[in-house]
Design a protein around this ligand. Sequence first.
Ligand SMILES: [Cu+2]
Length: 372
Amino acid sequence: MIEVHLRNVDIDGGVTLHWHGYDVPCGEDGAPGTTQDTVVPGGEFTYRFRADQAGTYWYHTHHASHVGVRRGLYGPLVVTERDAEEGLDLTLPVHTIDATVLLADNDVPIEQPAPAGVPVRLRLINTDSDPHRIALVGMAFRVAAVDGRNLNEPGEVSAVAVRLPAGGRADLVFTMPSDSVALVLDDHRAGLRLSGVRIGADEAPVADPAGWPELDLLHYGVAAPAPFDPDQPDRRITMVLDRGVALVDGLPAYAHTVDGYGHPSIPDQIVGAGEVVRFTVVNRSLETHPWHLHGHPVLVLSRNEALSTGSPLWVDTFDVRGGETWDVAFHATNPGVWMNHCHNLPHAHQGMMLRLRYEGVTTPFDNAHHGH
Ligand SMILES: [Cu+2]
């Protein structure tokens, strides 16, 4: 059982904590105006939930998050198995502030010694609103987990880049070779270098990942049956993402819209407890929208009608690029009122946020979610 005491000392606009990707009970979800009131300066809130999902997660403020997260109100949440493998296990949040890309709070490349033969796990977390491109130079690797959830039989890959959507995580694993390995962010040399302990092994690997293709996670790993039949959903919901004039927080704006509306005018989505729900997300805009449903992982079914053929891919954020259509499904087993929004946080602030509500569940809070 995790208990976290949040105390707001001096965040004038207020703050909450959202456990991104963690399927906490709704009252612990940290959505201001929906699951709690914003914690104002001098105020406190206590979160409690069970750490029953091992994996790489993170947390961040959900109040005025387009400002607060960028300025640092976030942190990693890593839950390990009790019998976790010994080895080098690094948690590496990627964060941009004032055009400087930080890797685990470092603005210069990190030198990390690692003896040959040791198992290595690199837990990448994208805390930004735009995607990052991750490349590992000098070693084949496996993507063991995406968004905290293990992939089924992920194969070894090399000379490919991994795309990390806003809010997304990827665990890269490999066995340390005798030479150095470099983690390259966004095709620059900035990143992490794992050096061999041997003197003279600290030369950076020379391959240039800029031209490497992106690993397509819809065709990676080995297929396995889903715990429900996504082709027989109890409910189908389509969301059309676009750009246009709409009311946002009651004022006309050039908004990021869902079905032509902006927050909080987008109608609530209603689901029933126990249902299998299928989402079709159509992006008619030119921009990428990293879609994020709170409280439930979604199973990716297809992108542009091409079926996912690899490992079951359970994510909490999926990157719907301009012109794309994604089909995903989830099992409605966590009753509550949940935010459902774009995780490009300025987009959410400009309207692209709504609520998914279980039948019969209401909230005593005011749905203000001001400043988000
Ligand atoms: Cu967006």
